[in-house]
Design a binder for this molecule. Structure first.
Ligand code: CA
Length: 230
């Protein structure tokens, strides 16, 4: 599975059994899972893996979950990553809210796996809609991430898998300028070596597909920076 259709979840949990159960269930749901045993490791993993969502335990040795959350939410580069906080008691949830650490959601232990999955999906629907099968719209372009169908002004467009992932990346954040390196990470996956010129080739194909039935080229080349939709 590609980096685009498979969101990365970072689990920060010190209890091995809990960490493994979570990882098992998230992987079974089609997520890519990376794990950290404590807060320090969690912060490093955020740098290395740029996860799409973090499931963060409140009670961690040394650097607590609250502290990890606070640090990530004060940094511009990591602020937008949704954090789902796990806590042992409901009083802790009240405290988390009161502390305004910026966690995006909270789940009290013991939680039901089904509920946790629903919460994870809810966060991703907001931040990475294409990865959870949402329908995206931009002007006259409609992309259905579940059926992998793309239309423009009602006309079906034929896109290769790479062009599809490129377009869904753009449609998740219209107006955002993506560098070639960022597109490589997101669309090809960060473990694969691909030359940045490959990005230009696929952008060219995507442009051709998007304008095949008429309409203006919605993709913008930003000199020295990369590409944007609109
Ligand atoms: Ca713990």
């Amino acid at each position: 599975m590609s980096a685009q259709t498979q969101p990365t979840v970072l689990i920060v949990e010190d209890e091995p059994a809990q960490r493994e159960v979570l990882a098992y269930n998230l992987e079974a749901e089609g997520f890519r899972v990376v794990k950290a045993e404590n807060g320090e490791e969690g912060l490093i993993m955020v740098e290395e893996e740029t996860p799409d969502i973090i499931v963060l335990d409140w009670m961690l040795p040394n650097v607590s979950g609250i502290e990890v959350c606070r640090r990530l939410k004060t940094r511009t580069e990591t602020r937008a990553i949704p954090i789902l906080m796990l806590s042992a008691r409901s009083e802790e949830v009240d405290k988390v809210r009161g502390l305004e650490t910026g966690a995006d959601d909270y789940v009290v232990k013991p939680y039901s796996v089904i509920e946790l999955m629903a919460r994870v999906r809810a966060q991703l629907r907001r931040t990475r809609p294409a990865t959870v099968g949402e329908r995206l719209e931009y002007e006259d372009i409609i992309l259905d991430a579940e059926t992998h169908r793309v239309t423009r002004s009602g006309e079906a467009l034929k896109l290769g898998p790479t062009e599809f992932r490129l377009l869904s990346t753009f449609m998740e954040k219209p107006g955002r300028v993506w560098s070639r390196e960022q597109l490589l990470d997101r669309v090809w996956g960060r473990d694969i070596y691909v030359d940045t010129r490959t990005v230009d080739v696929h952008i060219g194909r995507l442009r051709k597909a998007l304008t095949r039935h008429g309409g203006e080229d919605p993709l913008r080349t930003v000199r020295g920076a990369g590409y944007a939709l609109g």
